[in-house]
Design a protein around this ligand. Sequence first.
Ligand SMILES: Cc1cc2nc3c(=O)[nH]c(=O)nc-3n(C[C@H](O)[C@H](O)[C@H](O)COP(=O)(O)OP(=O)(O)OC[C@H]3O[C@@H](n4cnc5c(N)ncnc54)[C@H](O)[C@@H]3O)c2cc1C
Length: 261
Amino acid sequence: MAHIIVIGAGLGGLPTAYELRHLLPHHHQITLISDTPQFTFLPSLPWVALGLTALESIQVKLLNRLEPRGIHWVQGRVEGIDPDNRQLIVNQEPLSYDYLVIATGAELDLDAVPGLGPDNGYTQSVCNPHHAQLAQQAWQQFLKQPGPLVMGAVPGASCFGPAYEFALLADHELRKRGLRDQVPITFVTPEPYAGQWRRAIALQGAWVGWAKTAFEQYFLAKMRLGAAVPWFERLALKGVGLLLVEPLATSSTDCLHGTPC
Ligand SMILES: Cc1cc2nc3c(=O)[nH]c(=O)nc-3n(C[C@H](O)[C@H](O)[C@H](O)COP(=O)(O)OP(=O)(O)OC[C@H]3O[C@@H](n4cnc5c(N)ncnc54)[C@H](O)[C@@H]3O)c2cc1C
C-alpha cells in the first residue's frame, strides 16, 4: 500500500486527489491537505469583486465531502517537507508519505512594488478571496462617488487575464448604471503589447463572461460531485470520440513503483 499526499485543495490539488482516487486501487491511501476549509474557483473572483457573484457560490466546502469518497482530508498548513525521510510537518505533527503532490499555487509578492495591495498598500486586488471581498467593498464605495479609475497589472505579474476581465466587466457595469461618462479609465500593463486585450476585444466581454461562467459551473459541479469523470463528461468525451484513462486493474500484487505493497 502506498500513501499519496496532495498539498493544496485549489484548481490543481482537488481534481488531482479525485483523479488519483479514480485511477488507483483502494488499498492505496490518498490524503489531501488544505489550509482552507473550502475550494474556491479563483478565475471567478473578478465577478465577486464587482458584486456580480457571491463568494460562497464559487466555493465548495470540503468537510464531509472527501472522506465518503475515500480521500482523507487534513485541514492545516504544511510547515515543512523532509524529502529524505518522506515526511511532512503539518499542524506541528509529522506525517509520512510515499508520494507527494505539491499544488500550493502562487504566493503574492506585494512587497515587490511599494504601496501595492489592499492590506498594507493603496490598491485593490482580485488575486485571492480575501482581496476580492475587500475590492467589493471598495467598488461599492466607488459607485457612490465615481471618478477616474486606473486598472491593470504590475511589472512581474505572471497572470494578466484577470486585469483585462476586470476592466471589461467594470466598463460594462458602469455603462449599465449610466456612470461611464464620469469614469475615465486608464489601463496600465508592463506587457510589451496588449496581447490579451486584443483577444478580449475579439471575443467581446460578453463572450468571455459566458464562456467562463459555463466553465465555472461545469468545474464546480465536478468538484461538488467529487467525481473525477462524471457521467456528463463521459458522454461528452464519447461524443467527440475521445477515450478515457481507465483505473488501474486491482489485484493483490498491485503496487506503485518503488513502494512496498
Ligand atoms: C482572478 C483570477 C482569474 C484567473 N483566471 C484564469 C482563467 O481564466 N484561466 C486560467 O487558466 N487560469 C486563471 N487564473 C489562474 C488560476 O486560478 C491558477 O493558475 C490556479 O488557481 C492555480 O492552481 P493551483 O492549484 O496551482 O493553486 P491554487 O488554486 O492557488 O490553490 C493552491 C491551494 O493551496 C493552498 N496552500 C498553499 N500553501 C499551503 C500549505 N503550505 N499547506 C496547505 N495548503 C496550502 C492554498 O490555500 C490554496 O487553496 C486566474 C487566477 C486569478 C487569481
